[in-house]
Write a protein that binds this ligand. Structure first.
Ligand code: SAM
Length: 297
């Protein structure tokens, strides 16, 4: 089957910092459509192995289609990267030369209406990366109290109209439960005064971001796994993380600062690396990306 391709973000930069070479063992902890993995697999072959992880089984199918024709050695694993320790120990592959995290969701997940991530194309209020999980955005939005919704939108969406939005959601669901993304986006829009909308982004963007992060428990997974990364890398092994919003980037920045303070890592990116205007033009989704990298000493 021909899948639409996800355009990898900060590809050249990620390859530059990971510096993959023949014979190396690299983990792509968020393989998605396999964009970064494709480049890495080519560079570690012959003799190298790429381990690709994704909690979304459909992404793994896409990655498989993309990597298969390259002929190198790769293994794909359908798990949350939170379980990286178990994954690596089950594979008995020893120390790694590089680990990449390209956080969040892919444009393919975003653009598939049935996945419920998109504000613009109506779909069920789902937002699960792993479709075997039971918690969905629909359950959260129809069952949390007004103050729980307000805190969620404030903390995980950094949305300043969190009180108004939470009030409007709870009032609307008294009439009818929320079923789809379009109904939710409409209520959010109507709760923000016209004069105070920021037109650069859709008024529901931050609320959708908050719901997605909570449904998938995204921040916890990153925080946990970054504490364990030092144990997985060889001396000279490299860590590269691409994040897409300030909550993620803050976690990454603090984790790298701690590793540096312990003397076990050197940080390769003094400031986060951002996409240039050309990449943003080619792939507007890259606009908010920030890359940070470090090497184990
Ligand atoms: C931005 S996309 C990666 C795109 C990929 N680098 C490419 O070039 O095609 C992020 C992917 O990571 C997956 N993902 C996000 N959080 C995850 C987690 N905690 N464990 C495993 N996979 C995760 C998502 O399902 C998604 O497919």
């Amino acid at each position: 089957m021909a899948w639409p391709l996800h355009k990898p973000v900060l590809l050249e930069e990620a390859i530059h910092f990971l510096n993959p070479a023949p014979g190396q063992k690299i983990v792509d902890a968020t393989i998605g459509g396999g964009g970064h993995a494709e480049q890495m697999l080519q560079r570690i072959s012959p003799g190298g192995t790429l381990i690709g992880i994704d909690r979304d089984s459909e992404s793994l199918k896409m990655a498989h289609e993309r990597l298969k024709p390259l002929g190198g050695s790769f293994k794909l694993i359908n798990k949350n990267f939170r379980f990286l320790r178990e994954i690596i120990s089950d594979l008995k592959i020893g120390g790694l030369d590089g680990i990449l995290f390209d956080l969040g969701i892919s444009s393919i997940q975003m653009e598939t209406p049935q996945r419920g991530f998109s504000i613009r194309s109506p779909g069920p209020l789902d937002m699960r990366m792993d479709r075997n999980q039971t918690l969905t955005a629909k359950e959260l939005i129809n069952s949390l109290t007004e103050s729980e919704i307000a805190s969620l939108i404030k903390d995980l969406g950094e949305e300043r109209f969190y009180r108004r939005i939470a009030r409007a959601i709870v009032s609307a669901r008294k009439r009818k439960e929320f079923e789809n993304t379009a109904e939710l986006a409409r209520i959010i829009c109507s709760s923000i005064p016209y004069s105070r909308r920021r037109w650069r982004i859709h008024p529901a963007t931050r609320t959708f971001q908050a719901l997605r992060i909570r449904v998938n428990d995204e921040l916890f997974a990153i925080e946990e796994v970054l504490k364990e990364v030092p144990g997985f890398l060889k001396k000279g092994g490299r860590l590269c993380v691409i994040s897409f919003h300030s909550l993620e980037d803050r976690i990454v920045k603090n984790a790298l600062r701690e590793l540096k303070a312990k003397g076990s890592f050197s940080v390769l990116t003094k400031k986060p690396v951002r996409p240039g205007p050309e990449e943003i033009l080619r792939n507007p989704r890259s606009r908010s990306a920030r890359l940070r990298a470090a090497v184990k000493l």
